[in-house]
Design a protein around this ligand. Structure first.
Ligand SMILES: *Cc1c(COP(=O)(O)O)cnc(C)c1O
Length: 385
């Protein structure tokens, strides 16, 4: 007998029925202690099989920061996917799994010196940059490396924009690429990031057009580029069904096919799309309150121990256990004493009992990787199912 969750058709549009069924079966037992994160490995495998499929000459590097759980990294590694990393910690994890350096790249345009040294020592050869200072660092601490320049591109339509912190305009990018060779490093390509959870497919059009302008300008200065790294940004279903990856990739493949030489190597760095919709946080209702005109629901996962992205505008779909009453609007808050710890202001849910379980769909990416034990609330353990 499965627990009595209030499930409707919509939930099976957001995530696969098979994932939901696996989760319901797992939690249908006595004495489970929340919170924890269940990850459906079948779904991860399926995501991996789709990503990059429609783009010729493409290699996929999973952005490890999305969820660096060792068991997940191990699983992804065994599926023959590479990794995009930015820190000594991430490098150490991959090294402990025996990941070959040829399957690791680093696309953060500003890297700590010690990380550069360690990565170069390990054999990593692909590094992004977007400043003269970084070029000098790479030349000194990772000599002989291949470098690709990060272009600034519009991030409108992405739930989690990344544009202002990184990226150059075309002329500056070409200028820096032309300086690389003299420093003993190889200028091989260009990268961009359209923003995470990008729901505007035209962001890729604009970005790829801009990369093409740079490509040609570089060529006119005698720099023959060979690598186009299109970053991450593929969206997943949170509260609505988004454009599927295959559709996005066919568009990208057409654009690239029209503009770039046939032998151009394409690097992809998906994070969210690899593991996001494979994860379901299992949480419990710990309190309820009615204040002024608001109904508050308190649960044992909040902004600090897993749902940080809710601060930036990511909203989730929830499934609650039992609850007799009709649906109403809830403000959902985490367990800590901090007033920032509010996850959702407009969630429609049935009225659950204290102690009821609440499932948070599509919560496999950028949740536990951000989490802290602020206020003594534990970080959800990750369990592969
Ligand atoms: C975070 C990050 C990614 C992954 O982005 P998603 O939106 O999760 O796909 C890829 N590349 C770089 C450089 C990143 O910083």
């Amino acid at each position: 007998m499965l627990r009595n969750f209030r499930i409707d058709k919509f939930h099976a549009e957001i995530i696969p029925k098979s994932t939901l069924l696996k989760v319901l079966t797992f939690i249908d037992r006595q004495g489970i202690q929340t919170p924890f994160l269940l990850m459906d490995t079948e779904r991860i495998r399926e995501n991996i099989s789709i990503i990059g499929k429609s783009i010729k000459n493409s290699t996929v590097f999973y952005a490890l920061k999305a969820n660096p759980d060792p068991a997940i990294a191990d699983f992804v590694n065994k599926e023959d996917v590479g990794f995009e990393i930015a820190s000594e910690g991430e490098l150490a994890m991959l090294s402990s799994l025996g990941v070959e350096p040829s399957r690791i790249i680093s696309s953060n345009p500003v890297k700590p010196i010690r990380f550069l040294q360690k990565a170069a020592e390990y054999g990593v050869r692909y590094f992004a940059f977007d400043s003269l200072e970084e070029l000098d660092k790479i030349a000194r601490y990772a000599p002989g490396s291949n470098v690709y320049v990060r272009l600034s591109v519009p991030n409108e339509g992405s739930e989690w924009p990344l544009s202002r912190k990184f990226g150059l305009e075309i002329d500056d990018a070409v200028e820096l690429l032309s300086r690389a060779e003299g420093k003993g490093i190889h200028p091989v390509g260009v990268t961009f990031h359209v923003g995470s959870q990008c729901q505007n497919p035209y962001n890729w059009n604009i970005a790829i057009d801009k990369a093409k302008l740079l490509w040609d300008k570089a060529e006119s200065k005698g720099i023959r580029l060979t690598l186009l790294n299109i970053g991450g940004g593929y969206p997943i279903n949170y509260t609505k069904v988004v454009t599927d990856i295959d559709t996005i990739e066919r568009n990208i493949a057409n654009l690239i096919g029209d503009r770039f030489p046939e032998d151009t190597a394409i690097h992809l760095e998906p994070g969210r799309a690899v593991i996001g919709d494979a994860g379901i946080l299992v949480s419990s209702v710990i309190g309820k309150a009615r204040r002024q005109d608001e109904d508050w629901l308190y649960i044992d996962v909040g902004v600090f121990n897993g749902l940080m992205e809710s601060l930036g505008g990511i909203r989730y779909t929830y499934i609650v256990e039992a609850g007799e009453g009709s649906e109403k609007w809830w403000t959902i808050a985490g367990p800590s004493c901090d007033s920032f710890d509010v996850i959702d202001r407009y969630a429609t849910l049935p009225d659950p009992d204290i102690g009821a379980l609440i499932l948070i769909l599509s919560s496999g990416a950028y949740t536990v990787s951000y989490a802290s034990e602020f206020n003594g609330f534990s970080i959800p353990k990750t369990i592969l199912i």
